[in-house]
Ligand binder design. Structure first.
Ligand code: SF4
Ligand code: SF4
Ligand code: SF4
Length: 300
């Protein structure tokens, strides 16, 4: 689609990472089609800017503008690049909260990402996997770790060798409910009802995303536990499977002994005479060796 020069200049000047900038371009072109134009004009660009600025909110806009004024490049702003740029047989994916945070994030993916990298280096996973490899190394030879800020799981953590996302489990307190219904309307899983004047949560289906807690104005809903969900052995493609859940809502410090246990399992169980994968290892052994390792290390 064609662009008016002024409109293109505005999109170029919006101080966001290229990933988001490309989405802004697509949104502006959608608006132009809606307005029956074959060119993005200032009208669509102004609307696009308003739509995105409303979505980001003033706090995030201020952070973005400050980072650009300080001359930070996309690379400076994206911690995932630094986590994955050295030769290594692991990759660490972080959700979009890695840039300027996200209204929904429950854990700091930047901080956890750095600590995970440190741990994987300490455990020498690269040397271990390289020594076990029976074919030349390719991208699928890497051990994938994915960290998302909340149970929206924007990094598809369920399909990674180790998948992590932030959690916040709601509890109903004694504080009187104003029956504003914000929690009912916010819960994407539609599992909250207001009964006898207070909220009732169908816990069997709760994704422990903490959204209802965030919007409750009275404090009737509070977090009983905050932490992360940890899964292992997920993969995608030909042998796609969800990771098996180790912990539903654990302290984030639990991640590190679990990484130790996973690398120990790789050392002991990864086949050397044919191509292997951590999901196959987990299918062969189950998750009990991981809990055994944690027990022996006093970190169950
Ligand atoms: S996973 Fe959650 S915190 Fe991360 S970008 Fe998605 S919605 Fe935001
Ligand atoms: S934590 Fe999330 S899924 Fe659970 S009740 Fe609250 S909003 Fe719904
Ligand atoms: S958001 Fe809080 S105050 Fe409003 S209905 Fe839900 S529990 Fe009650």
């Amino acid at each position: 689609m064609e662009w008016e020069e002024d409109a293109r200049e505005i999109v170029n000047a919006i101080p966001v990472h290229d990933i988001i900038k490309n989405l802004i371009i697509i949104w502006a072109e959608k608006l132009a089609r809606k307005n029956k134009r074959d060119m993005v004009t200032m009208e669509e660009m102004a609307q696009t800017r308003d739509d995105y600025f409303e979505w980001f909110g003033p706090e995030k806009i201020a952070k973005i503008q400050q980072a650009r004024e300080e001359g930070q490049s996309d690379e400076d702003l994206d911690p995932e690049i630094a986590l994955n740029k050295d030769p290594a047989l692991y990759t660490i994916e972080l959700c979009h909260s890695r840039f300027f945070g996200c209204d929904r994030d429950l854990i700091n993916v930047r901080e956890i990402g750095k600590r995970v990298k440190q741990k994987m280096e300490e455990l020498k996973i690269t040397d271990i996997l390289a020594d076990k490899a029976c074919e030349v190394l390719m991208p699928h030879s890497t051990f994938t770790i994915s960290i998302s800020g909340c149970s929206n799981i924007c990094t598809a953590a369920e399909s990674k060798e180790v998948g992590i996302h932030g959690t916040s489990k709601p509890m109903v307190t004694e504080v009187e409910c104003s029956q504003c219904r914000s929690c009912v309307e916010t819960c994407l899983d539609r599992i909250i009802t207001i009964e006898d004047g207070g909220p009732v949560i169908n816990e069997d289906y709760c994704k422990i995303c903490g959204d209802c807690i965030r919007v409750c104005p009275t404090g009737t809903l509070k977090a009983s536990d905050k932490g992360c969900r940890i899964m292992v052995g997920g993969t995608f493609g030909r042998f796609a499977q969800y990771g098996k859940e180790l912990y539903h809502n654990a302290e984030t410090d639990k991640i590190f002994p679990i990484l130790e246990a996973c690398v120990d399992l790789v050392k002991k169980e990864w086949a050397e005479d044919h191509e292997d994968h951590f999901s196959f290892v987990i299918n062969r052994t189950g998750i009990s060796p991981i809990f055994e390792h944690l027990k022996n290390a006093g970190k169950l």
